[in-house]
Design a binder for this molecule. Structure first.
Ligand code: SF4
Length: 301
């Protein structure tokens, strides 16, 4: 463990929650202490086409999360504590093993709470890692933390969730989500630059994901309008997701305890088309049972 990591862990302010936890002796709001924990490292075929390509994205799922979304499909690992510890050199080896499996990229899923450990693992690998690194976060990052990734992460895949802080508080316990997410998105666009896709595979740039929640189409529309006010269509790609399935604690909120209607989906699609962003529209008819990968509590490879 390098001194740098311990400095970040002593009074943790890595994410916009800035809970100040001493992770060398306990855990933060994200549920994580000082040691990296992951719950899965496997190629994954079901991301956006230029991310999964033909060989898959090399996904590594990190344990814990800086958000507590009541509908989280990965709640077993994000809030339930599932996962297993690795040292930083072991994490670097996982990254290298993934590259050796022939995937198009190394996709880090819910990585924010382990940013310094991930940076150290990438430093260990140096030029040995030749595939682009993808940062797949909930969008709840801080520009100051993202700067550690400058020159190391080529693709950002944030899940931009809410326009309205009241909804962000109600469903994800993060009232400051909207401002924090837009600040971090500006930094992601600065670091990654305009989207570059070669032979159908993404090499660099930002794809903003947005999953429409039932009863929240007005929030989705306002979010897309703000996105268009702050970014031009050539700066990022937009991936609209409609596969919402009530999971975890969603049943505690009657208005989101159902699937999305065709009307809700179509009204948000219209707004995306008007905004002019290129990207990906998930067809509503493809929203079958949510796919949840197998997660592990012990090292399985
Ligand atoms: S990463 Fe975790 S410990 Fe650090 S500020 Fe965020 S919630 Fe707190």
């Amino acid at each position: 463990m390098t001194a740098d990591i311990l400095t970040y862990m002593k009074n943790c302010t890595l994410c916009p929650r800035m809970c100040g936890a001493d992770r060398t002796s306990g855990r933060g709001f994200c549920g994580e202490g000082v040691n990296v924990r992951i719950a899965r490292a496997e190629p994954h075929m079901w991301e956006e086409p230029p991310i999964s390509g033909t060989n898959g994205a090399g996904t590594v799922f990190f344990s814990g999360c800086t958000l507590h979304c009541c509908f989280c499909q990965n709640h077993e690992i994000s809030q339930g504590g599932k996962g297993f510890e690795l040292t930083v050199p072991e994490l670097a080896q996982v990254f290298l093993d993934m590259q050796n499996r022939g995937v198009h990229n190394l996709e880090l899923v819910t990585p924010t709470q382990f940013t310094p450990q991930i940076v150290s693992a990438l430093e260990i690998l140096g030029d040995k890692l030749t595939i682009p690194v993808v940062w797949n976060s909930g969008g709840y990052d801080r520009p100051e933390t993202l700067r550690l990734l400058d020159g190391r992460v080529k693709i950002f895949l944030p899940d931009l969730k809410y326009f309205d802080g009241t909804l962000a508080e109600k469903y994800s316990s993060a009232k400051n989500y909207p401002e924090a997410a837009f600040s971090s998105l500006r930094e992601m666009v600065r670091i990654a630059g305009k989207p570059v896709i070669e032979n159908g595979i993404m090499k660099s740039g930002v794809i903003v994901r947005h999953m429409i929640l039932p009863s929240c189409r007005h929030d989705s529309i306002a979010l897309i309008r703000r996105l268009r006010e702050e970014f031009s269509p050539d700066q990022l790609l937009l991936s609209l997701m409609c596969q919402y399935t009530p999971m975890h604690k969603a049943q505690e909120h009657r208005e989101i305890n159902r699937r999305l209607s065709a009307f809700e989906y179509e009204s948000v699609v219209k707004e995306v088309e008007a905004a002019g962003f290129d990207g990906f529209l998930q067809e509503r008819s493809s929203a079958k049972e949510e796919y949840v990968p197998q997660f592990y509590s012990e090292k399985y490879f």
